[in-house]
Design a protein around this ligand. Structure first.
Ligand SMILES: *Cc1c(COP(=O)(O)O)cnc(C)c1O
Length: 337
């Protein structure tokens, strides 16, 4: 109890602009649980954080944008894939607070603007494209920043996915929120399952879990192929960066990070058949929409673990719905087979 109060107090000391509609609902998934005949499944609806179709990037944006404004920035520069949820949320939030947004997107400019890209455009973001085979995102963003400085602007660069300590602390806050809800519902959470992409979400959850000394096992489902080692290292680094930011005495090491990479398929942004099936199953049992890049793969992983008897009957497993639903439309061809 005291640990919770102290951790919340440390988080509350950081600059933050409240944007997301919190707490997000924690709901049971009775029909899916019954269908799979395993543990009791719950869902934390971080897809309902409110602004611009929501998602986990909104929790990060509360701290990121506050930091940018405190540093007198007037332009936010960030990066992601063409269907980046992070880019969409960053553009929306920047505009809402009167800042310009430049999105440096990895890939070719598509002929049709769809899903998140359409929304980026709608939010009036300055959208640039770059080829990853030729350049890395950071130097491209730095070049844009130089260009803007020459024009008298004060740019602020947000790393991809806002996965750096300032952003990822949003998931320390999420963990505190979830535990508070669980306590109110007399619920003993055994596992948390979520999609891991750039690592910030998992870093925030894991350091909070460590600081609070819970018994909860956090299972990150990696959505990128061949990423396990570097992503684990990155999660540890971000988690310990959060620890510094919050003045925690606990540290995280690689043993604290469980990242499963059996469900990534061919790679980032390429849906697996199991993910498509999982999206259909959750839509048709619970009426909840997942996404093809992140939560579909994470749910496919959860389903596989239930089938493989990874959980006990009495366990309470919380799936964190991290958002991403606008990408469904851009991936429409995968659903019409
Ligand atoms: C970015 C994202 C994730 C992954 O979060 P990270 O903090 O980057 O690991 C998961 N789900 C959705 C929908 C996302 O947009």
């Amino acid at each position: 109890m005291e640990k919770t109060v102290n951790l919340q107090r440390s988080v509350d000391k950081l600059p933050r602009i409240k944007l997301a509609k919190l707490p997000t609902p924690l709901q049971e998934m009775p029909c899916l649980s019954k269908f799979l005949d395993g543990p009791k499944l719950w869902i934390k609806r971080d897809d309902l954080t409110d602004i611009a179709f929501g998602g986990n990037k909104e929790r990060k944006a509360e701290f990121v944008i506050a930091d940018a404004i405190q540093k007198d920035a007037d332009v936010i520069i960030t990066t992601g894939a063409v269907q980046s949820n992070h880019a969409r949320v960053t553009a929306a939030v920047a505009k809402k607070l009167g800042l310009k947004a430049v999105l440096v997107l990895r890939g070719k400019e598509p002929q049709e603007y769809d899903g998140n890209l359409l929304l980026d455009h709608l939010f009036g973001a300055d959208i640039r494209f770059f080829q990853e085979s030729q350049q890395q995102a950071l130097p491209v963003m730095e070049k844009v920043a130089e260009e803007l400085k020459r024009k008298g602007h004060k740019p602020y660069i947000v790393p991809g996915g806002a996965s750096y300590p300032t952003g990822a602390v949003g998931y320390v806050n999420a963990m505190l929120e979830l535990l508070n809800q669980a306590e109110g519902a007399n619920l003993n959470i055994s596992h948390i399952v979520h999609a891991s992409g750039s690592g910030g979400t998992q870093a925030g959850l894991v350091i909070a879990n460590k600081a609070l000394e819970t018994e909860i096992e956090i299972l990150g489902m990696c959505v990128k192929s061949d990423a396990n080692q570097w992503l684990t290292e990155k999660i540890v680094e971000i988690a310990n960066g959060i620890g510094k930011l919050l003045d925690l005495k606990e540290t995280v090491n690689q043993k604290d990070v469980v990242l499963l990479d059996d469900y990534a398929g061919e790679g980032y942004g390429i849906p697996t058949p199991e993910a498509i099936e999982a999206i259909k199953l959750v839509a048709q049992t619970e009426g909840i929409l997942l996404d093809p890049v992140y939560t579909g793969k994470a749910m496919a992983g959860l389903i596989d673990l239930v089938k493989g008897k990874r959980f006990r009957k009495g366990d309470n497993v919380v799936f964190v719905h991290t958002g991403g639903t606008p990408a469904l439309f851009a991936y429409r061809k995968h659903f019409r087979t």
